[in-house]
Design a binder for this molecule. Structure first.
Ligand SMILES: Nc1ncnc2c1ncn2[C@@H]1O[C@H](COP(=O)(O)OP(=O)(O)O)[C@@H](O)[C@H]1O
Ligand SMILES: [Mg+2]
Length: 262
């Protein structure tokens, strides 16, 4: 069976830094894959090359029958990959509903406003975009839907993180890439996130790749875990296997003195 997402020998260098180094990586239909590794390991860069934010220097990336190398981010959204960002990226001066609609117009902010308010070809197109955003927001129960017209900047932090996931969901992806969704959350919110990620797979049918530093979250949701260090894949297996891997332990111990958010 072929993998839903399949990377072979993918590399990406920035100047003197080999951010991603000959990585083989895959995610199957319905699978939740956890990606761990110290800061600077190349986790976010892996997402950036999959989503077309950067082209890989070498390697193959295939998704659901498509070759992704050379595609632009909006084309990759269309084939069914959506992501969230490590640092929340919302438009604080736009409403909750507008932010949830933005993902379906993966362009510049000016393009978004044009699409939403001025140059949109038909009302029905706008209504479709709005309906998908509304459905995505409804998935979060009473967290977001009662606040459709609130500004994103007025939301509590955990709700802003939920809104980012809703924005990704509104593009109706097959694969969801989550970059450190638990960052900044308290323990109760992390428990809620574990439940939410399970529901995203079980109820929405998404396959999910999750970058996370929080080990209870990783062990709580992942079918398989991949560890990166200095751009290389150093371990892969169940959470228990990867957590017991000597190279993984050393990667974390070696970095713990200098650990800081990047
Ligand atoms: N746009 C960029 N320009 C230069 N260096 C970058 C860029 N993006 C990432 N890097 C470097 O690539 C390495 C991997 O970064 P990143 O993928 O963000 O790691 P992680 O998400 O695992 O913390 C780091 O050394 C980082 O400084
Ligand atoms: Mg990162």
């Amino acid at each position: 069976m072929s993998h839903l997402l399949d990377l072979e020998g993918v590399s990406k260098r920035f100047g003197g830094v080999q951010a991603v180094d000959q990585v083989d990586f895959h995610a199957d239909q319905g699978e939740i894959v956890g990606v761990i590794g110290p800061n600077g390991a190349g986790k976010t860069t892996l997402f950036n090359v999959v989503t077309g934010f950067y082209g890989p220097d070498s390697g193959k990336i295939r998704f659901d029958g498509n070759n992704l190398v050379g595609l632009k981010p909006n084309q990759i959204t269309k084939v069914g990959i959506a992501r969230t960002f490590q640092a929340v990226r919302l438009f604080g001066a736009m409403t909750v509903l507008e932010n949830a609609m933005v993902g379906q117009h993966p362009r510049t902010r000016a393009g978004v406003f044009g699409a939403l308010f001025h140059t949109s070809s038909t009302r029905s197109e706008e209504e479709r975009v709005q309906a998908k955003a509304g459905a995505a927001l409804d998935f979060f129960g009473d967290r977001l839907s009662p606040r459709l017209n609130s500004l994103a900047s007025e939301l509590a932090y955990a709700d802003r993180r939920r809104l980012e996931i809703a924005r990704a969901m509104a593009t109706e992806p097959k694969l969801l890439l989550l970059d450190e969704p638990a960052a900044g959350m308290n323990p109760a919110e992390k428990d809620g996130l574990i439940e939410l990620i399970g529901r995203l797979r079980d109820e929405k049918g998404y396959s999910i790749v999750l970058i996370e530093h929080d080990m209870p979250v990783i062990s709580g949701v992942s079918d398989r875990v991949v560890a990166l260090d200095y751009g290389k894949k150093i371990a892969e297996g169940t959470y228990e296997e990867v957590a017991a891997n000597q190279q993984v332990i050393e990667a974390y111990l070696g970095k713990s003195a200098t650990q800081g958010q990047t």
